[in-house]
Ligand binder design. Structure first.
Ligand SMILES: NC(=O)c1ccc[n+]([C@@H]2O[C@H](COP(=O)([O-])OP(=O)(O)OC[C@H]3O[C@@H](n4cnc5c(N)ncnc54)[C@H](O)[C@@H]3O)[C@@H](O)[C@H]2O)c1
Ligand SMILES: O=c1ccn([C@@H]2O[C@H](COP(=O)(O)OP(=O)(O)O[C@H]3O[C@H](CO)[C@@H](O)[C@H](O)[C@H]3O)[C@@H](O)[C@H]2O)c(=O)[nH]1
Length: 317
């Protein structure tokens, strides 16, 4: 297939681009490099630099694309609370421009990076796709709005759409890994302490109603996540919109993640316990039964493999 990957210079988009190329697809990356890196685009993919709003229509028009994989977004929860307008504009506004460009060019399929943040504070665990969606921040709300628009474009314009709701993505795949300039994610931050780049891990709260008092999350290896995108691409059917959670179904506390990082790196990794981070739910764990039963996807790599691959990637840079 001829595929447009928006955000393909970023962490997850660059991994998925590499997997798509390995599977024999033609890949064009559209990225404004606002948080991505030109050299993260895998060899064999063509990079077009620009925003979706300014560039998508020109790239898609008359070019015969079969599908779009849409990763481009702003995705820092804290920033979204400070600048909600930016998140609605960059996430929903730019996605609408992309969808209109797809419609004008007759591109029939889209796979979209949605998020566990669409659910907000869960009523029960593990989280099912049928559970209530009550996002607690503008990032999650803007992603949920895009899911809603995709469902409408499917119903009213015949688009084939799949929203993949990622839980906590971690690990690396060969030369592609996580290198955000502003890094908020737990595992890369713990590994930066192991490497000596930071002094101590700041644990955000130890008074949650969990076994060790720290938050529990469901970590998924970026390569397992990537495989799900290839299956989702095949599952896009005209006129339908599917939603699938993507997690491992297993929760790990912040303390447990730090312990695995200590085992893998052999380093001490000092910890400082601070206050809770605003907006963090105590426990977020996915049920991925729907994608397992409908598309035959199963996670293959555990937390230790995620940490090992992220550690190898960090030390290679
Ligand atoms: N990392 C996670 O754990 C996680 C969890 C749930 C959902 N997601 C979603 O997955 C997607 C990818 O996340 P990531 O961690 O790889 O982020 P990232 O910041 O590394 O990648 C995003 C890429 O999109 C580009 N971009 C942003 N806005 C753009 C625009 N308007 N036009 C063109 N390019 C633009 C950036 O330059 C960057 O290369 C995002 O949509 C994010 O919301 C990530
Ligand atoms: O230095 C740190 C960083 C994180 N945490 C904690 O570690 C856990 C995981 O945090 P983080 O890695 O920042 O991920 P989340 O906040 O859970 O959010 C990620 O996972 C969500 C889905 O679950 C996605 O929607 C978001 O885009 C993605 O950033 C949370 O309890 C944090 O409070 C710390 O204690 N110290």
């Amino acid at each position: 297939m001829k595929l447009l990957v928006t955000g393909g210079a970023g962490y997850i988009g660059s991994v998925v681009s590499a997997l798509l190329l390995e599977a024999g697809h033609e890949v064009v990356v559209l990225d404004d490099l606002s948080t991505g890196h030109e050299d993260a685009v895998p060899p064999g993919a063509r990079l077009v630099r620009g925003t979706l709003r300014e560039t998508a229509a020109g790239v898609l028009d008359g070019a015969g694309f079969d599908a779009v994989l849409h990763f481009a977004a702003k995705s820092l929860v804290g920033e979204s609370v400070e600048k909600p307008g930016l998140y609605w504009d960059k996430n929903l506004g730019e996605s609408l421009a992309l969808l209109e460009a797809m419609r004008a060019a007759g591109v029939p399929r889209i796979v979209f990076s949605s998020t566990a943040a669409t659910y907000g504070e869960p009523e029960s665990t593990p989280i099912l796709e049928t559970d209530p969606t009550r996002p607690t921040n503008p990032y999650g709300a803007s992603k949920l709005a895009i899911d809603t628009v995709l469902a409408e474009y499917a119903r009213l314009h015949g688009l084939g759409g799949v929203s993949l709701r990622y839980f906590n993505v971690a690990g690396a795949y060969g030369a592609q890994g996580e290198r955000h300039t502003v890094e908020t994610h737990l595992i890369p931050n713990v590994l930066k302490v192991a490497q000596g780049e930071k002094e101590a891990v700041n644990v955000f709260g130890e008074d949650y109603p969990t076994d060790d008092g720290t938050c529990v999350r469901d970590y998924i290896h970026v390569a397992d996540l990537g495989r799900a995108h290839l299956l989702a691409l095949d599952a896009c059917e005209p006129g339908t919109h599917h939603v699938f959670n993507l997690g491992s179904g297993t929760g790990y506390s912040v303390r447990a993640v730090i312990d695995v990082c200590r085992e893998v790196t052999g380093r001490e990794i000092p910890v400082v316990v601070g206050p809770r981070r605003a907006g963090d739910p105590a426990v977020l764990v996915a049920s991925s039964d729907r994608i397992q039963s409908r598309l035959g996807w199963k996670p293959e790599r555990d937390l230790r493999a995620m940490v090992e691959d992220a550690w190898t990637f960090l030390r290679s840079r």
